[in-house]
Design a protein. Structure first.
Length: 286
């Protein structure tokens, strides 16, 4: 198996393979669910707000505008976390209704409660399920949306294929994700993937090819430019602003706080050097 694969790589020096986490168990669906049921979810909400992705509502509105998503449309959010993106799409973009799918029970329960608090339960529903086995009907949505969440899928093509299956012909697939930029070493990739529990990290070009393989025409595939300023903001928050809150969330464990800061400084450095970026994508199903 692997020796044949290595031989093939040797014969095709121009062929680049996606950077993959060596210890895949560390990024299993169980490991990810455990992370998001613990303090990690709360740390991200502390620095990002209730919609935990780079740029949150500001980026969601920009993405919707690029995709032509708005009133009269029904959408699906794959890996929706607590539904912050869906609430933004309904309230600020005027989308009619959304169905969100996420495999972490705790964030789905939080999402259902927050949606009810905002009086949006008639427009937004959340399902606790693996997005790859979502059970949603073929060609049923006007658009499929996701923010910084396909990073947790080991086989990115499978989640892209699901998005393409669910969306109607002529419908849009719009998402952002954490992406490999330029010059990321294997050692840096392993540390980054391990600390984020990402099984693999693609490039903009790789996602573009996956969308095309799924029968879509890619309209937008670009660096959002938001990743580095966001990492500066989050690192500053954790070091100089929300220090007490962060330490409290970590159970007053100084070692855990030191590791958190070191991890964020590492991500901030990768961001500044353009080694990790946020990709923004819009595609139309053929």
């Amino acid at each position: 198996g692997s020796s044949v694969f290595k031989e093939r790589l040797r014969l095709r020096p121009s062929h680049r393979t996606m950077k993959v986490l060596a210890d895949q168990a560390a990024a299993s669906f169980q490991a990810i669910a455990a992370n998001y049921s613990g303090p990690e979810q709360s740390i991200w909400e502390l620095v990002m707000g209730k919609e935990i992705d780079i740029g949150a509502a500001s980026s969601t509105v920009e993405l919707a505008q690029k995709a032509g998503v708005g009133p009269g449309m029904k959408g699906v959010d794959l890996n929706c976390n607590n539904g912050g993106g869906m609430r933004c799409l309904v309230r600020l973009v005027g989308v009619d209704s959304m169905i969100g799918v996420d495999l972490t029970q705790k964030v789905v329960e939080t999402g259902i409660a927050r949606t009810a608090e905002e009086g949006l339960s008639d427009k937004i529903s959340l399902i606790c399920r693996n997005s790859l086995e979502n059970g949603l009907p073929d060609s049923s949505a006007d658009f499929v949306y996701s923010k910084d969440a396909f990073c947790y899928m080991p086989e990115k093509q499978l989640i892209i294929d699901q998005a393409a299956r669910i969306v109607k012909p002529g419908g849009k697939i719009l998402f952002t994700d954490w992406i490999e930029g330029e010059g990321l070493s294997d050692e840096e990739a392993q540390r980054f993937l391990r600390l984020m529990a990402f099984p693999a990290i693609p490039t903009i070009q790789e996602y573009t090819k996956m969308l095309e393989r799924a029968g879509c025409t890619v309209k937008v595939a670009e660096n959002s430019g938001r990743y580095s300023p966001a990492m500066d903001c989050y690192t500053y928050m954790l070091k100089y602003q929300a220090v007490y809150d962060a330490k409290k969330l970590l159970g007053w464990d100084d070692k855990a706080y030191e590791k958190l800061i070191s991890d964020f400084e590492f991500m901030q450095k990768l961001a500044k050097e353009g080694k990790i970026i946020q990709g923004m994508f819009v595609a139309v199903k053929n």
